[in-house]
Design a protein around this ligand. Sequence first.
Ligand code: 13P
Ligand code: ZN
Length: 263
Amino acid sequence: MQFINEVVDILDLLYQHGWDERNGGNLSYILTSEEVKSLENQNQIIRTFTYDFDMSELIGKYFVITGTGTYFKNMKKAPEVNLGIVKVVDKNNLGLVWGYKDGGRPTSETPTHLRCHIERLKKDQKHRLVIHCHTTNIICMTHICPLESDYFTEKLWKMQTESIVVFPEGVGVLPWMLCGGNEIGIETAKLMKEYRSVIWAQHGLFCTGTSLDEVFGLIETIEKAAEIYMKICDKKILQSISNDNLKEITKAFNIKYRNGIID
Ligand code: 13P
Ligand code: ZN
């Protein structure tokens, strides 16, 4: 299955970058109708996974989801063990149609992933993908910066010229919360009404979008800006990107950016 190869390539790249140590991070990807047709047993449910929240809006959709506890470094070696393809069979149940060969189950962050899919699909019918990763420099920033979406957005925009082009809506930021549950999923999805990217303090990043390339590019760009921030934040700054410079970029590229931060 070509899409499994593409997912595995991205998971491996995330691992190579050091953003998914051990089992840190996870992915969920909506299959197209052509990809669903290519499945051998698309309606044969091997096992079901029950969740205590309403996923009615996703009924009938198929997702590739990383398995909980699976190591990113092993994805390439054994995709059918480390990944699963599930169908949303009713408002509380996912049905396994392929994968999790050793008895595994979807990531512990599935409630957050599915809630984010619901919100992002309302914004963009082409939305397909949620990736969560443990990007080092973003985590560093959450130890030393105020945990405010506008503060992070302004800092990240001003670190490099391309930031505002790639994430003109900015980034959302959540304070530290217990991961793996419904509450953090609800709060993340609330921010996903406005942002494609949400930072979890002292934990990592959630990025969403329409394709593997686009979301990987979003993660790379945000993390690169954070890396620059961490390299210069304790140095004497002689010059930087001004509010006017940012406005000039958005005018030149005809970009609608988040209001109220640099105006
Ligand atoms: P899973 O192994 O359940 O995907 O959890 C990893 C993680 O990053 C939790 O936030
Ligand atoms: Zn995590």
